[in-house]
Design a protein around this ligand. Structure first.
Ligand SMILES: [Zn+2]
Ligand SMILES: [Zn+2]
Ligand SMILES: [Zn+2]
Length: 242
């Protein structure tokens, strides 16, 4: 068994490192605490299985973002159909069509919730091991900052793919559904963003909701400086200038 592995899996070592980190955090040396976590990560190494955990966390974030933005669109659509069905329909046929479409929307909401709950189960399992690894503590630290997701790179990525950061609506910096989302759940536009759909003249988001590790096809290790994986690591985990 290698020395690195022994140190990495030592509970005492983890506790000492966490004590140093929280001392730095309490002293408002958040950047120093992140640098110390990155140092541990580089020195102790990271087992393959846990890179897969990081891939699952990216997949979870993507699923949550699409879920939240689809929920926003589905709610608006069900309100529109309900109005037609109850008040505005001019014929029985129109009323029955609106009711049928309304039921479909409810089925979609229900199916989305199932997929989302499956993703949550996975997330809970991974989160249980969070504190053993400096990379996950760094991720929690970064994502506990308000507006952590509004970094220049994430905003430009959203704008380049035609998201709301390319316009003045400000959707990415506000709470989309008004439900007081936790900082971990905030996100840029996905193909389910109702504002983007309206802007593009589409009347339906992508669907159904998916949770799959295969959706995360880039190299999550970000070994090469400047690679997509390295930029994702910095945006979601380290939040360091260099
Ligand atoms: Zn958008
Ligand atoms: Zn917008
Ligand atoms: Zn955006």
């Amino acid at each position: 068994m290698g020395v690195r592995r022994v140190l990495r899996d030592s509970t005492t070592m983890t506790m000492i490192c966490q004590l140093i980190e929280s001392g730095l955090d309490r002293g408002y040396m958040v950047e120093m605490a992140q640098r110390f976590r990155r140092f541990q990560h580089r020195v102790l190494g990271f087992p393959d299985r846990e890179w897969e955990d990081l891939r699952a966390l990216y997949a979870f974030h993507e699923t949550f973002s699409v879920f939240d933005q689809r929920r926003d669109w589905l709610s608006k659509e069900s309100q529109r159909l309900e109005k037609i069905w109850i008040e505005e329909a001019n014929s029985d046929q129109e009323r029955s069509d609106a009711l049928h479409a309304y039921e479909e929307i409810w089925n979609e909401k229900h199916e989305d919730l199932h997929v989302f709950m499956d993703a949550c189960c996975d997330f809970r399992e991974i989160a249980a091991g969070f504190y053993r690894r400096p990379i996950f503590r760094a991720m929690l630290s970064t994502q506990s900052m308000p507006n952590w997701h509004m970094s220049a790179w994430l905003r430009s990525r959203c704008a380049e793919s035609g998201g709301c950061c390319a316009r003045n609506c400000g959707c990415c910096s506000k709470d989309r559904e008004g439900g007081g989302l936790p900082p971990l759940a905030v996100a840029h536009c996905t193909p389910a963003c109702s504002c983007c759909l309206e802007h593009l003249g589409f009347d339906k988001p992508i669907g159904p909701l998916e949770y799959s590790l295969e959706n995360i096809s880039f190299d999550v290790r970000g070994k090469e400086a400047g690679s997509f994986g390295a930029k994702m690591l910095n945006a979601f985990v380290w939040n360091l200038e260099r």
